[in-house]
Design a protein around this ligand. Structure first.
Ligand code: NDP
Length: 410
Protein backbone atom coordinates (compact mmCIF):
# COMPACT_ATOMS: atom_id res chain seq x y z
CA UNK A 1 0.00 0.00 0.00
CA UNK A 2 1.00 3.62 -0.48
CA UNK A 3 0.77 6.00 2.52
CA UNK A 4 -2.45 7.45 0.98
CA UNK A 5 -3.97 3.98 0.67
CA UNK A 6 -3.10 3.25 4.29
CA UNK A 7 -4.76 6.48 5.45
CA UNK A 8 -7.84 5.66 3.35
CA UNK A 9 -8.07 2.23 4.89
CA UNK A 10 -7.97 3.74 8.39
CA UNK A 11 -10.76 6.15 7.36
CA UNK A 12 -12.83 3.30 5.87
CA UNK A 13 -12.44 1.30 9.06
CA UNK A 14 -13.64 4.28 11.08
CA UNK A 15 -10.34 4.75 12.91
CA UNK A 16 -9.66 8.21 11.47
CA UNK A 17 -11.91 11.03 10.24
CA UNK A 18 -11.42 12.44 6.73
CA UNK A 19 -10.18 15.67 8.31
CA UNK A 20 -7.52 13.88 10.32
CA UNK A 21 -6.45 11.90 7.25
CA UNK A 22 -6.09 15.20 5.35
CA UNK A 23 -3.96 16.55 8.19
CA UNK A 24 -1.77 13.45 8.11
CA UNK A 25 -1.37 13.82 4.34
CA UNK A 26 0.56 17.06 4.89
CA UNK A 27 4.22 16.10 4.75
CA UNK A 28 7.46 17.87 4.14
CA UNK A 29 9.65 14.79 3.84
CA UNK A 30 9.66 13.47 0.28
CA UNK A 31 7.27 10.50 0.28
CA UNK A 32 9.88 8.19 -1.20
CA UNK A 33 12.19 8.85 1.77
CA UNK A 34 9.53 8.64 4.50
CA UNK A 35 7.85 5.58 3.02
CA UNK A 36 11.14 3.76 2.60
CA UNK A 37 12.65 4.61 5.98
CA UNK A 38 9.98 2.88 8.07
CA UNK A 39 7.13 0.43 7.59
CA UNK A 40 3.38 1.24 7.27
CA UNK A 41 4.22 4.93 6.99
CA UNK A 42 1.16 7.24 7.03
CA UNK A 43 2.60 10.65 7.90
CA UNK A 44 5.36 12.35 9.86
CA UNK A 45 5.61 14.03 13.26
CA UNK A 46 7.03 17.53 13.34
CA UNK A 47 9.34 18.48 16.19
CA UNK A 48 10.71 22.04 16.23
CA UNK A 49 14.38 22.39 15.37
CA UNK A 50 16.23 25.18 17.19
CA UNK A 51 19.80 26.27 17.54
CA UNK A 52 21.72 26.66 20.79
CA UNK A 53 24.23 29.47 20.96
CA UNK A 54 27.34 30.44 22.98
CA UNK A 55 29.00 27.03 22.61
CA UNK A 56 32.78 27.03 22.37
CA UNK A 57 34.17 23.51 22.18
CA UNK A 58 37.90 22.82 22.00
CA UNK A 59 38.40 26.48 21.17
CA UNK A 60 35.91 26.54 18.27
CA UNK A 61 32.61 28.40 18.30
CA UNK A 62 29.70 26.10 17.45
CA UNK A 63 26.00 26.55 16.74
CA UNK A 64 24.23 23.43 17.97
CA UNK A 65 21.06 22.18 16.23
CA UNK A 66 18.56 20.80 18.72
CA UNK A 67 15.23 19.12 17.95
CA UNK A 68 12.88 19.18 20.92
CA UNK A 69 9.28 19.86 21.83
CA UNK A 70 10.19 21.06 25.35
CA UNK A 71 10.31 24.79 26.05
CA UNK A 72 13.40 26.12 27.88
CA UNK A 73 15.78 23.30 26.82
CA UNK A 74 17.55 25.36 24.15
CA UNK A 75 17.58 28.50 26.30
CA UNK A 76 19.12 26.50 29.17
CA UNK A 77 21.73 24.88 26.92
CA UNK A 78 22.74 28.30 25.55
CA UNK A 79 22.87 29.74 29.04
CA UNK A 80 24.91 26.78 30.32
CA UNK A 81 27.30 27.11 27.38
CA UNK A 82 27.88 30.78 28.17
CA UNK A 83 28.70 29.90 31.79
CA UNK A 84 30.97 26.98 30.84
CA UNK A 85 33.15 29.03 28.51
CA UNK A 86 35.54 26.92 26.43
CA UNK A 87 34.58 23.27 26.94
CA UNK A 88 37.37 20.78 26.37
CA UNK A 89 36.06 17.52 24.97
CA UNK A 90 37.70 14.30 23.84
CA UNK A 91 36.91 10.81 22.56
CA UNK A 92 40.01 8.70 23.21
CA UNK A 93 38.70 5.70 21.26
CA UNK A 94 35.74 4.74 19.13
CA UNK A 95 35.09 0.99 19.07
CA UNK A 96 31.81 -0.91 19.05
CA UNK A 97 31.26 -4.24 20.75
CA UNK A 98 29.57 -7.18 19.08
CA UNK A 99 28.58 -10.29 21.03
CA UNK A 100 28.25 -13.88 19.95
CA UNK A 101 26.52 -15.61 22.84
CA UNK A 102 26.64 -19.38 23.39
CA UNK A 103 24.41 -21.31 25.77
CA UNK A 104 24.93 -24.82 27.12
CA UNK A 105 25.84 -27.02 30.00
CA UNK A 106 29.44 -27.83 29.07
CA UNK A 107 32.48 -25.77 30.09
CA UNK A 108 33.78 -23.36 27.46
CA UNK A 109 37.51 -23.96 27.94
CA UNK A 110 37.94 -25.42 24.42
CA UNK A 111 36.34 -22.38 22.82
CA UNK A 112 38.27 -19.91 24.95
CA UNK A 113 41.50 -21.70 23.99
CA UNK A 114 40.56 -21.65 20.29
CA UNK A 115 39.88 -17.91 20.51
CA UNK A 116 43.44 -17.40 21.74
CA UNK A 117 45.17 -19.84 19.38
CA UNK A 118 43.19 -18.99 16.24
CA UNK A 119 42.71 -15.28 16.94
CA UNK A 120 44.30 -14.11 13.67
CA UNK A 121 42.19 -16.53 11.62
CA UNK A 122 39.04 -15.28 13.33
CA UNK A 123 39.97 -11.64 12.79
CA UNK A 124 40.59 -12.36 9.09
CA UNK A 125 37.22 -14.06 8.81
CA UNK A 126 35.51 -11.16 10.62
CA UNK A 127 37.13 -8.55 8.41
CA UNK A 128 36.30 -10.55 5.27
CA UNK A 129 32.64 -10.29 6.27
CA UNK A 130 32.71 -6.49 5.83
CA UNK A 131 35.74 -5.61 3.70
CA UNK A 132 34.68 -2.01 3.00
CA UNK A 133 35.11 -1.01 6.67
CA UNK A 134 38.64 -2.46 6.58
CA UNK A 135 39.35 -0.37 3.47
CA UNK A 136 38.25 2.69 5.45
CA UNK A 137 40.84 1.83 8.12
CA UNK A 138 38.44 0.00 10.47
CA UNK A 139 37.76 -3.62 11.34
CA UNK A 140 38.13 -5.94 14.34
CA UNK A 141 40.64 -4.72 16.95
CA UNK A 142 40.18 -7.15 19.84
CA UNK A 143 38.50 -10.42 20.72
CA UNK A 144 37.69 -11.32 24.33
CA UNK A 145 35.26 -13.53 26.19
CA UNK A 146 33.12 -13.36 29.33
CA UNK A 147 31.37 -16.26 31.09
CA UNK A 148 28.05 -16.18 32.95
CA UNK A 149 26.31 -18.82 35.04
CA UNK A 150 22.50 -18.99 34.85
CA UNK A 151 20.14 -21.27 36.78
CA UNK A 152 21.00 -24.43 34.84
CA UNK A 153 22.82 -22.98 31.83
CA UNK A 154 26.26 -21.56 31.37
CA UNK A 155 26.73 -18.77 28.84
CA UNK A 156 29.76 -17.52 26.99
CA UNK A 157 29.85 -14.10 25.34
CA UNK A 158 32.55 -13.79 22.70
CA UNK A 159 33.10 -10.07 22.35
CA UNK A 160 34.48 -8.41 19.23
CA UNK A 161 35.67 -4.84 19.53
CA UNK A 162 35.31 -3.29 16.12
CA UNK A 163 36.46 0.04 14.71
CA UNK A 164 33.44 1.18 12.68
CA UNK A 165 35.05 4.54 11.80
CA UNK A 166 32.34 7.23 11.43
CA UNK A 167 29.28 4.95 11.41
CA UNK A 168 27.19 4.04 14.43
CA UNK A 169 28.02 0.52 13.41
CA UNK A 170 24.97 -1.61 14.24
CA UNK A 171 24.61 -3.07 10.76
CA UNK A 172 28.37 -3.29 10.23
CA UNK A 173 28.88 -5.13 13.53
CA UNK A 174 25.91 -7.44 12.98
CA UNK A 175 27.15 -8.36 9.49
CA UNK A 176 30.63 -9.13 10.86
CA UNK A 177 29.17 -11.27 13.66
CA UNK A 178 27.14 -13.29 11.21
CA UNK A 179 30.29 -14.14 9.26
CA UNK A 180 32.17 -15.12 12.42
CA UNK A 181 29.22 -17.14 13.76
CA UNK A 182 29.30 -19.25 10.59
CA UNK A 183 33.00 -19.94 11.17
CA UNK A 184 32.41 -20.84 14.85
CA UNK A 185 29.63 -23.24 13.85
CA UNK A 186 32.13 -24.96 11.53
CA UNK A 187 34.70 -25.22 14.35
CA UNK A 188 32.24 -26.27 17.07
CA UNK A 189 29.26 -27.93 15.36
CA UNK A 190 27.96 -29.42 18.61
CA UNK A 191 27.77 -26.02 20.38
CA UNK A 192 24.68 -23.80 20.42
CA UNK A 193 25.03 -20.17 19.35
CA UNK A 194 22.09 -18.45 21.03
CA UNK A 195 22.41 -15.13 19.19
CA UNK A 196 24.83 -12.63 17.68
CA UNK A 197 24.24 -8.90 18.08
CA UNK A 198 25.84 -5.53 18.70
CA UNK A 199 25.97 -4.34 22.32
CA UNK A 200 24.65 -0.83 22.81
CA UNK A 201 26.70 -0.38 25.99
CA UNK A 202 29.49 1.33 24.10
CA UNK A 203 32.11 1.55 26.86
CA UNK A 204 34.82 1.74 24.21
CA UNK A 205 33.23 4.86 22.68
CA UNK A 206 33.34 7.18 25.67
CA UNK A 207 33.27 10.94 25.23
CA UNK A 208 34.38 13.31 27.99
CA UNK A 209 33.64 17.03 28.29
CA UNK A 210 35.31 19.22 30.89
CA UNK A 211 35.11 22.88 31.88
CA UNK A 212 36.51 25.27 34.49
CA UNK A 213 34.25 28.14 35.49
CA UNK A 214 35.64 31.11 37.41
CA UNK A 215 33.35 31.87 40.38
CA UNK A 216 32.55 35.39 39.24
CA UNK A 217 30.94 33.95 36.10
CA UNK A 218 28.35 32.17 38.22
CA UNK A 219 27.02 35.28 40.01
CA UNK A 220 27.38 39.03 40.25
CA UNK A 221 30.41 38.72 42.54
CA UNK A 222 33.08 36.14 43.33
CA UNK A 223 31.86 35.32 46.83
CA UNK A 224 28.30 34.67 45.76
CA UNK A 225 29.61 32.67 42.80
CA UNK A 226 31.65 30.47 45.12
CA UNK A 227 28.57 29.81 47.26
CA UNK A 228 26.58 28.78 44.19
CA UNK A 229 29.49 26.58 43.06
CA UNK A 230 29.47 24.77 46.42
CA UNK A 231 25.76 24.10 46.12
CA UNK A 232 26.21 22.83 42.55
CA UNK A 233 28.92 20.46 43.83
CA UNK A 234 26.53 19.20 46.53
CA UNK A 235 23.65 18.79 44.09
CA UNK A 236 25.89 16.72 41.79
CA UNK A 237 27.13 14.64 44.72
CA UNK A 238 23.56 14.03 45.85
CA UNK A 239 22.69 12.76 42.36
CA UNK A 240 25.40 10.10 42.79
CA UNK A 241 23.76 8.90 46.01
CA UNK A 242 20.01 8.90 45.35
CA UNK A 243 18.66 7.16 42.23
CA UNK A 244 15.39 9.12 42.50
CA UNK A 245 17.33 12.32 42.03
CA UNK A 246 19.81 10.73 39.58
CA UNK A 247 17.00 9.88 37.15
CA UNK A 248 15.91 13.52 36.99
CA UNK A 249 19.49 14.83 36.96
CA UNK A 250 20.19 12.62 33.94
CA UNK A 251 16.84 13.42 32.30
CA UNK A 252 17.98 17.04 32.26
CA UNK A 253 21.26 16.03 30.63
CA UNK A 254 19.33 13.94 28.08
CA UNK A 255 17.18 17.00 27.24
CA UNK A 256 20.20 18.36 25.42
CA UNK A 257 21.75 15.11 24.25
CA UNK A 258 18.58 13.65 22.75
CA UNK A 259 17.82 16.94 21.03
CA UNK A 260 21.14 16.85 19.13
CA UNK A 261 20.86 13.11 18.47
CA UNK A 262 17.40 13.64 16.98
CA UNK A 263 18.44 16.71 14.98
CA UNK A 264 21.28 14.74 13.38
CA UNK A 265 19.16 11.70 12.48
CA UNK A 266 21.02 9.53 14.98
CA UNK A 267 19.45 6.72 16.99
CA UNK A 268 18.00 8.12 20.24
CA UNK A 269 17.18 4.64 21.58
CA UNK A 270 20.73 3.38 21.09
CA UNK A 271 22.34 6.33 22.87
CA UNK A 272 19.65 6.37 25.59
CA UNK A 273 20.12 2.67 26.36
CA UNK A 274 23.90 3.10 26.46
CA UNK A 275 23.93 6.20 28.63
CA UNK A 276 21.47 4.91 31.23
CA UNK A 277 23.24 1.54 31.44
CA UNK A 278 26.55 3.41 31.88
CA UNK A 279 24.99 5.51 34.66
CA UNK A 280 24.54 2.24 36.59
CA UNK A 281 28.13 1.05 36.03
CA UNK A 282 29.00 1.24 39.75
CA UNK A 283 26.18 -1.10 40.76
CA UNK A 284 23.51 1.54 41.26
CA UNK A 285 22.07 4.27 39.08
CA UNK A 286 24.00 7.57 39.44
CA UNK A 287 24.09 11.10 38.09
CA UNK A 288 26.40 11.37 35.10
CA UNK A 289 28.27 14.57 35.97
CA UNK A 290 30.88 15.58 38.50
CA UNK A 291 31.13 19.18 39.74
CA UNK A 292 33.97 20.14 42.10
CA UNK A 293 34.92 23.42 43.74
CA UNK A 294 38.63 24.08 43.23
CA UNK A 295 40.98 27.02 43.63
CA UNK A 296 40.50 27.84 39.95
CA UNK A 297 36.72 27.78 40.10
CA UNK A 298 33.97 25.25 39.57
CA UNK A 299 35.23 22.26 37.58
CA UNK A 300 32.69 20.16 35.73
CA UNK A 301 33.05 16.88 33.89
CA UNK A 302 30.85 14.40 32.13
CA UNK A 303 31.84 11.05 30.60
CA UNK A 304 29.37 8.95 28.71
CA UNK A 305 29.17 6.40 25.89
CA UNK A 306 28.25 8.12 22.64
CA UNK A 307 28.18 5.75 19.70
CA UNK A 308 26.91 8.40 17.32
CA UNK A 309 27.39 8.52 13.58
CA UNK A 310 28.35 11.23 11.16
CA UNK A 311 27.58 8.86 8.25
CA UNK A 312 25.14 6.03 7.62
CA UNK A 313 21.77 5.31 9.21
CA UNK A 314 19.35 8.17 8.63
CA UNK A 315 21.97 10.87 9.11
CA UNK A 316 22.38 11.62 5.42
CA UNK A 317 18.96 10.44 4.22
CA UNK A 318 16.87 12.92 6.22
CA UNK A 319 17.38 16.30 4.51
CA UNK A 320 17.12 18.22 7.79
CA UNK A 321 19.60 15.93 9.53
CA UNK A 322 21.96 16.79 6.68
CA UNK A 323 21.22 20.48 7.36
CA UNK A 324 22.11 19.94 11.04
CA UNK A 325 25.43 18.45 9.97
CA UNK A 326 26.08 21.47 7.75
CA UNK A 327 25.53 23.70 10.78
CA UNK A 328 27.67 21.56 13.09
CA UNK A 329 30.48 21.33 10.59
CA UNK A 330 31.97 18.14 12.05
CA UNK A 331 34.51 15.96 10.29
CA UNK A 332 34.01 12.72 12.18
CA UNK A 333 31.81 10.69 14.50
CA UNK A 334 34.37 11.32 17.25
CA UNK A 335 33.97 15.07 16.90
CA UNK A 336 30.18 14.78 16.93
CA UNK A 337 30.38 12.78 20.17
CA UNK A 338 32.56 15.51 21.71
CA UNK A 339 30.00 18.20 20.86
CA UNK A 340 27.17 16.12 22.28
CA UNK A 341 29.05 15.49 25.54
CA UNK A 342 29.67 19.25 25.79
CA UNK A 343 25.94 19.91 25.31
CA UNK A 344 25.16 17.43 28.12
CA UNK A 345 27.59 19.21 30.46
CA UNK A 346 26.24 22.70 29.66
CA UNK A 347 22.65 21.51 29.98
CA UNK A 348 23.41 20.02 33.41
CA UNK A 349 25.14 23.18 34.63
CA UNK A 350 22.20 25.38 33.64
CA UNK A 351 19.77 23.04 35.40
CA UNK A 352 21.83 22.74 38.59
CA UNK A 353 22.49 26.46 38.79
CA UNK A 354 18.78 27.21 38.42
CA UNK A 355 17.93 24.48 40.91
CA UNK A 356 20.21 25.76 43.68
CA UNK A 357 19.37 29.45 43.12
CA UNK A 358 15.94 30.52 41.81
CA UNK A 359 14.51 27.02 41.56
CA UNK A 360 13.78 25.42 38.22
CA UNK A 361 10.20 26.66 37.87
CA UNK A 362 10.96 30.34 37.49
CA UNK A 363 12.86 30.14 34.22
CA UNK A 364 11.11 27.05 32.96
CA UNK A 365 7.58 28.31 33.51
CA UNK A 366 8.36 31.67 31.92
CA UNK A 367 9.09 29.77 28.71
CA UNK A 368 6.40 27.14 29.32
CA UNK A 369 3.81 29.97 29.36
CA UNK A 370 3.67 30.02 25.54
CA UNK A 371 2.94 26.29 25.41
CA UNK A 372 0.22 26.75 28.01
CA UNK A 373 -1.29 29.60 25.97
CA UNK A 374 -1.39 27.37 22.85
CA UNK A 375 -2.82 24.47 24.87
CA UNK A 376 -5.88 26.55 25.80
CA UNK A 377 -6.37 27.64 22.18
CA UNK A 378 -4.48 30.94 21.81
CA UNK A 379 -3.65 31.71 18.17
CA UNK A 380 -1.31 34.20 16.44
CA UNK A 381 -0.65 37.33 18.48
CA UNK A 382 -2.80 35.96 21.32
CA UNK A 383 -0.05 33.44 22.19
CA UNK A 384 2.45 36.07 23.30
CA UNK A 385 -0.28 38.22 24.93
CA UNK A 386 -1.57 35.30 27.03
CA UNK A 387 1.98 34.14 27.84
CA UNK A 388 2.98 37.60 29.02
CA UNK A 389 -0.05 37.92 31.26
CA UNK A 390 0.58 34.42 32.63
CA UNK A 391 4.16 35.35 33.58
CA UNK A 392 2.88 38.14 35.81
CA UNK A 393 0.62 35.75 37.76
CA UNK A 394 1.69 34.04 40.97
CA UNK A 395 0.37 30.72 39.62
CA UNK A 396 0.17 29.31 36.09
CA UNK A 397 -2.33 26.70 35.05
CA UNK A 398 -4.82 25.98 32.28
CA UNK A 399 -7.73 27.56 34.13
CA UNK A 400 -5.88 30.84 34.58
CA UNK A 401 -4.64 30.68 30.97
CA UNK A 402 -8.24 30.22 29.73
CA UNK A 403 -9.46 33.24 31.74
CA UNK A 404 -6.66 35.38 30.31
CA UNK A 405 -7.43 34.19 26.78
CA UNK A 406 -11.10 35.13 27.17
CA UNK A 407 -10.05 38.60 28.35
CA UNK A 408 -7.67 38.98 25.41
CA UNK A 409 -10.36 37.89 22.95
CA UNK A 410 -12.94 40.38 24.27
P1 NDP B 1 24.78 1.70 7.97
O1 NDP B 1 24.18 0.37 7.72
O2 NDP B 1 24.17 2.87 7.26
O3 NDP B 1 26.35 1.57 7.65
C1 NDP B 1 27.18 2.68 7.54
C2 NDP B 1 27.34 3.08 6.09
O4 NDP B 1 28.11 4.25 6.01
C3 NDP B 1 28.02 1.99 5.29
O5 NDP B 1 27.27 1.78 4.12
C4 NDP B 1 29.37 2.62 4.92
O6 NDP B 1 29.73 2.32 3.61
C5 NDP B 1 29.04 4.09 4.96
N1 NDP B 1 30.20 4.95 5.23
C6 NDP B 1 30.57 6.02 4.50
N2 NDP B 1 31.63 6.63 5.05
C7 NDP B 1 31.95 5.95 6.16
C8 NDP B 1 32.93 6.13 7.18
N3 NDP B 1 33.81 7.15 7.15
N4 NDP B 1 32.94 5.28 8.22
C9 NDP B 1 32.06 4.25 8.30
N5 NDP B 1 31.11 4.03 7.35
C10 NDP B 1 31.04 4.87 6.29
O7 NDP B 1 24.73 2.08 9.48
P2 NDP B 1 25.36 1.40 10.75
O8 NDP B 1 26.02 0.10 10.53
O9 NDP B 1 26.16 2.47 11.37
O10 NDP B 1 24.05 1.10 11.60
C11 NDP B 1 23.28 2.17 12.10
C12 NDP B 1 21.82 1.90 11.86
O11 NDP B 1 21.45 0.65 12.45
C13 NDP B 1 20.97 2.93 12.55
O12 NDP B 1 19.92 3.27 11.66
C14 NDP B 1 20.42 2.20 13.77
O13 NDP B 1 19.19 2.75 14.16
C15 NDP B 1 20.27 0.80 13.26
N6 NDP B 1 20.27 -0.32 14.19
C16 NDP B 1 20.54 -0.18 15.53
C17 NDP B 1 20.57 -1.28 16.37
C18 NDP B 1 20.95 -1.10 17.80
O14 NDP B 1 21.27 0.00 18.21
N7 NDP B 1 20.95 -2.15 18.62
C19 NDP B 1 20.29 -2.62 15.85
C20 NDP B 1 20.09 -2.66 14.43
C21 NDP B 1 20.05 -1.55 13.64
P3 NDP B 1 30.39 0.92 3.20
O15 NDP B 1 29.31 -0.09 3.34
O16 NDP B 1 30.81 1.13 1.82
O17 NDP B 1 31.53 0.68 4.15
Amino acid sequence: MTPAQRRNQLVEEGELTENTADLLAQQTLPEEIANHLIENQISEVEIPLGVAQHFKINGIKKWIPMATEEPSVIAAASNGAKLCGDIKAETPQRLMRGQIVLAGQQAYQDIIQALEERREELILCANDSYPSIVKRGGGVREIASREFQGEDQAYLSIDFLIDVKDAMGANIVNAILEGVATKLREWFPEREILFSILSNLATESLATAHCIIPFDRLAADRQMGEQIAKKIQQAAEYAKLDPYRAATHNKGIMNGIDAVILATGNDTRATGAAIHAYAAKNGHYEGLTQWRVTEDGLVGEITLPLAVASVGGASKVLPKAAASFELLNVDSAKELAQLIAAVGLAQNLAALRALVTDGIQKGHMALQARTLAMTVGAKGAEIEQVAQALRSKAKMNQEIAKEILLDVQQ
